[in-house]
Design a protein around this ligand. Structure first.
Ligand SMILES: NC(=O)c1ccc[n+]([C@@H]2O[C@H](COP(=O)([O-])OP(=O)(O)OC[C@H]3O[C@@H](n4cnc5c(N)ncnc54)[C@H](OP(=O)(O)O)[C@@H]3O)[C@@H](O)[C@H]2O)c1
Length: 295
């Protein structure tokens, strides 16, 4: 049985949607089975004879983590450690989601899986320690590092920018942080592909985002362009102004360059990941696009 942890979140909900669409049986939990409670996890795994665990639960509020260190540590380090221990005990394979924030954002070439981690904020530190906890407690793991995630469920950058453009004459967006947006549907699809290969994909760390290398400002311009075409951006006159990270201070520092190399996952699965622009179009054109989030 496949167990999705964190099913109410942006990624977890999309994984469940795709599993359902493909008639694949699964069970799902969120805060009802607390990942910091190993007994609760153990009981659940035993009861459902779990063979795959997909952990999407995490502390994901990057800025808040700077002042909420204890809880971020509990959810991003102790949680994955517990899940990995339970996975090992019952012989289940674990897919754990991590982030580009484990890197410091220096350099200008895509990060590969073997590069040393060097997080620059509390969220990144806890996610890096969470990876270590997974590696130290089970052998049958896939750690998938992703970045700039957006999906139909939950708050995300695309919904936020469309709403902002429709209600302001101008928006200011950082133009000195480079990365790749990732549609949750694409990452969920990769996860289902890994599961379909029944453990023949070598265990380890993999980077998985959509393809491309852009800034948040580039992303916003494309959201505006495609949003106008789709009739979602109604304020066509809104100006998208670039700014620097220094002009837009946040409690947590962000990596300046966080493009991840996708070679390893593409080779392992024999796939080509989608280009970020195509995936944005898929996201905006679907009936699953939640218009209530841009009102
Ligand atoms: N979002 C991004 O841009 C991004 C980028 C890179 C990597 N990631 C990683 O991708 C993964 C999925 O992210 P996401 O954005 O889908 O996350 P999300 O929307 O924040 O979902 C996380 C889910 O976990 C639940 N949760 C919180 N504490 C829990 C606990 N103690 N026990 C069980 N469940 C608990 C949350 O419930 P509540 O909402 O009620 O707290 C929420 O439903 C995470 O590992 C994240 O670090 C995300």
């Amino acid at each position: 049985m496949i167990w999705v942890i964190g099913y109410k979140g942006m990624l977890g909900s999309e994984i469940c949607r795709q599993l359902g669409e493909n008639n694949i049986q699964f069970v799902r939990t969120d805060v009802d089975v607390d990942i910091t409670d190993i007994e609760a996890l153990d009981q659940f795994a035993k009861c459902w004879a779990v063979t795959w665990i997909i952990n999407c639960a995490a502390y994901t509020a990057v800025d808040k983590a700077e002042s909420d260190i204890e809880l971020a540590h509990k959810l991003n380090v102790e949680g994955p450690e517990n899940i990995a221990k339970v996975a090992k005990k019952y012989g289940a394979r674990l897919i754990h989601i991590s982030t580009d924030y484990v890197f410091d954002g220096t350099g200008d070439t895509p990060r590969t899986e073997d590069m040393p981690v060097a997080p620059i904020g509390v969220y990144g530190v806890t996610k890096a320690k969470g990876e270590e906890a997974v590696r130290n407690n089970t052998d049958k793991y896939y750690i998938l590092r992703t970045a700039w995630l957006y999906g139909w469920a939950g708050k995300n950058f695309v919904y936020t920018m469309i709403r902002a453009m429709n209600t302001h004459d101008a928006v200011k967006v950082v133009n000195d942080q480079k990365g790749t947006p990732t549609f949750a549907g694409d990452l969920a699809n990769v996860i289902l592909t890994i599961i379909s290969k029944k453990g023949t994909v070598p265990y380890g760390i993999y980077h998985c985002t959509d393809l491309g290398e852009i800034t948040w400002w580039d992303f916003t311009n494309e959201i505006k362009k495609q949003g106008i075409e789709k009739g979602l951006v109604t304020n066509k006159e809104c100006v998208v102004n670039p700014c620097t990270t220094d002009e837009y201070p946040t409690p947590a520092k962000r990596p300046a360059y966080s493009v991840l190399s996708k070679d390893k996952i593409q080779n392992a699965l024999g796939i080509t990941l989608p280009d970020w622009k195509e995936s944005l179009s898929k996201f905006l054109h679907s009936e699953l696009f939640d218009k209530s989030r841009i009102e």
